[in-house]
Design a protein around this ligand. Structure first.
Ligand SMILES: [Zn+2]
Length: 350
């Protein structure tokens, strides 16, 4: 009897705690789908954030995946659905917090870039405010309920309408994220995309001005990755499938699933930060090309004509680099960046 009692006590001590979130409790090996409620603000309505928690049967890291910060970016939203459908919490180590759709009002109204009520870019208002506008209230909830609760974070994006993009992983290093850099790098290469961009966060100003969801994770000391795949507001199956398998591989890399991970590809292109080229005029923009490519300083990137059809300027690259994403045209405003140029790095930033 005494032996049996000791054995039972040991089992009790080793039992894994439930994961609690926003007043819910998820037992080990279980899945829970629920909505994080966002109350109404002074000038705009209440909303909600659909969240799924898979609380693994075994201990491990808490990984947060956020999709739909921009509601018109469909491949990440669909890929996350697919990952959740195919992941058995009974086999999972650790805990997966999936923000299935961070920005419901933008999704439902098919509004690219901004919130339909306050016209703010949700990805520039972190950490948000509990009493702010709808974008700020959503950011506040994600900061407090999701990013603060995780050990690692990945924010999933695509390019919206009239934008082209070559898929990449963005990893965060620099003075304010040095301690998280190796973990961020491990995650950033797990997706199997050829392009990897390191963003150095060296100053408070870089961290604070127009803070993104990724930079909120940096501010909270969490390794974080930006993932971008898909363009022109489309939801092509190839992008959804690629991202879903990248997410599955991430779970393997983090040992949250038992299968052996696919190692990082041998032909990775490393970049350190980005530059950009802007239009000096409002009018019609016609890019030279709408796919990733290397350019030299001075190479033409596109041309701008007035609404009357007169040639206004040829935009050239200010640097040697790799055109990573940009506008497809034709609409462009004075001062707007038409292309983002990744700066080649000889080796990964340490
Ligand atoms: Zn986005």
């Amino acid at each position: 009897m005494r032996l049996l009692f000791v054995a039972l006590a040991t089992v009790a001590l080793q039992a894994r705690d439930p994961f609690t979130m926003a007043g819910r409790s998820i037992a080990p090996g279980q899945r829970l789908d629920f909505d994080l409620a966002i109350p109404a603000g002074a000038a705009d309505p209440a909303t909600y954030i659909p969240v799924t928690v898979l609380h693994g049967a075994e201990p491990g890291p808490v990984l947060a995946l956020t999709a739909g910060i921009h509601g018109y970016e469909y491949p990440p939203i669909l890929a996350l659905q697919r990952l959740l459908k195919g992941t058995n919490p009974g086999r999972l180590r650790g805990t997966l917090i999936a923000v299935r759709l961070a920005h419901v009002s933008a999704f439902e109204s098919r509004t690219p870039f901004v919130n339909p009520f306050d016209r703010k870019n949700l990805n520039r208002v972190f950490p948000g405010r509990a009493e702010g506008t709808q974008s700020e209230r959503i950011a506040h909830a994600i900061s407090q309920e999701v990013i603060a609760r995780c050990d690692r974070h990945v924010d999933l994006h695509a390019d919206d309408g009239a934008e082209w993009l070559d898929a990449f992983g963005g990893i965060y290093g620099g003075k304010l994220a040095a301690a998280q850099y190796e973990a961020s790098k491990e995650m950033g290469v797990a997706f199997g995309f050829r392009n990897v961009v390191t963003y150095a966060v060296d100053t408070r100003q870089q961290l604070d001005s127009g803070r993104s969801c990724n930079r909120q994770a940096v501010a909270m000391g969490k390794p974080t990755v930006l993932v971008e795949i898909g363009e022109n507001g489309r939801a092509d199956e190839a992008w959804v499938a690629s991202l879903a398998s990248g997410l599955e591989n991430l779970l393997r890399v983090l040992k949250m699933m038992p299968q052996a991970p696919t190692p990082p590809r041998a032909d990775l292109r490393w970049f350190s930060g980005t530059s950009g080229a802007a239009s000096r005029h409002t009018g019609f923009f016609a890019p030279v090309s709408v796919s990733g490519r290397f350019v030299k300083k001075g190479d033409p990137i596109g041309s701008v004509t007035s609404y009357a059809g007169e040639a206004l300027e040829t935009i050239t690259s200010p640097v040697d680099g790799y055109l990573l994403y940009g506008l497809t045209g034709p609409a462009v405003r004075e001062g707007e960046t038409v292309v983002t140029i990744a700066l080649p790095a000889p080796a990964p930033l340490r």
